[in-house]
Design a protein around this ligand. Structure first.
Ligand code: PLP
Length: 210
C-alpha cells in the first residue's frame, strides 16, 4: 500500500519535471531504510538529509550510487564526518562553516561542492546569508582552495507567496553565473519550478506527513 503511494507520488512529481532542468531530491529525514529503498527502486538517486548522525547511520545500509545531499544546518564540529561522503552541501550559512569545510577538505585532499544558503526573506529565525552579506561572502569563499561554490539554496517562508523570493534567487544565480539553484519544498515547489529551480527538495509529497 505504502509502496504504491510512494511510487505514485514520485511519478506525479517527475511528470511535472518533464521538459524542465529541475531535478528531484527526495528528502528522507526521519524515514525508514525500507521506505528510502522504495524511493530508490522508483528510480531516484538523490536524497537529502538534515542531520549528520542520521545521514551517517543510513549511508551504509543503502545503495552506494545514492547521491547524498546535506540540506540542514551543519555544525562545524561535524564537518569532518561527512565532507567526503556527501555529493553536495546545500547549507553553507556562515564564513566560519566555509573555513572549517575548507580546512577539513584540505586534510583529506578533496574539493567539496557547496551551495550558499540565502536567508532570502531576511527572517531573524533562519540561517543563511542575508542579501547584503552575499557579495562579501562569495568574494571570500571563492578564495578558498578546497571548496567550490556551485550555487544557492533557500528555505522560503512558510505561508507566503514565495514567487518574489524565488525570482530574487534566480536573479542571484544569473548575476553570479552559477549552475545550481536549490529551492522549492512540498508546499511551494510548483512556484519554484516557474522560477527555474534546478533542485526541488521534497519530503512530505513523497513519503506522506512526517
Ligand atoms: C524537511 C526539509 C525539506 C522537505 O520538506 P517537505 O515540506 O517535507 O517537502 C526541504 N528542505 C529542507 C532544508 C528540509 O529540512
Amino acid at each position: 500500500m505504502v509502496n504504491k503511494m510512494i511510487e505514485t507520488n514520485i511519478n506525479n512529481i517527475l511528470l511535472e519535471l518533464k521538459n524542465t532542468n529541475t531535478k528531484l531530491i527526495a528528502v528522507s529525514k526521519t524515514q525508514s531504510i525500507e521506505n528510502i529503498q522504495k524511493v530508490y527502486n522508483a528510480g531516484i538517486k538523490d536524497f537529502g538529509e538534515n542531520k549528520v548522525q542520521e545521514l551517517l547511520s543510513k549511508i551504509d545500509k543503502l545503495p552506494k550510487d545514492i547521491r547524498w545531499h546535506m540540506i540542514g544546518h551543519l555544525q562545524t564540529n561535524k564537518v569532518k564526518d561527512i565532507i567526503d561522503k556527501v555529493y553536495l552541501i546545500h547549507s553553507v550559512d556562515s564564513i566560519k562553516l566555509a573555513n572549517k569545510i575548507n580546512k577539513e577538505a584540505k586534510k583529506k585532499n578533496i574539493k567539496v561542492n557547496v551551495l550558499l544558503e540565502i536567508n532570502i526573506a531576511n527572517e531573524p529565525s533562519k540561517y543563511g546569508f542575508k542579501n547584503n552579506e552575499i557579495e562579501d561572502a562569495i568574494d571570500y569563499i571563492k578564495s578558498l582552495d578546497n571548496i567550490n561554490i556551485k550555487g544557492f539554496m533557500c528555505i522560503a517562508p512558510k505561508n507566503e507567496n514565495n514567487q518574489t523570493y524565488f525570482k530574487q534567487m534566480n536573479h542571484l544565480k544569473k548575476q553570479y553565473n552559477y549552475d545550481i539553484l536549490s529551492m522549492g519544498m512540498s508546499n511551494d515547489y510548483k512556484i519554484a519550478l516557474k522560477e527555474k529551480s534546478t533542485y526541488i527538495r521534497i519530503g512530505t509529497k513523497i513519503f506522506g506527513p512526517r
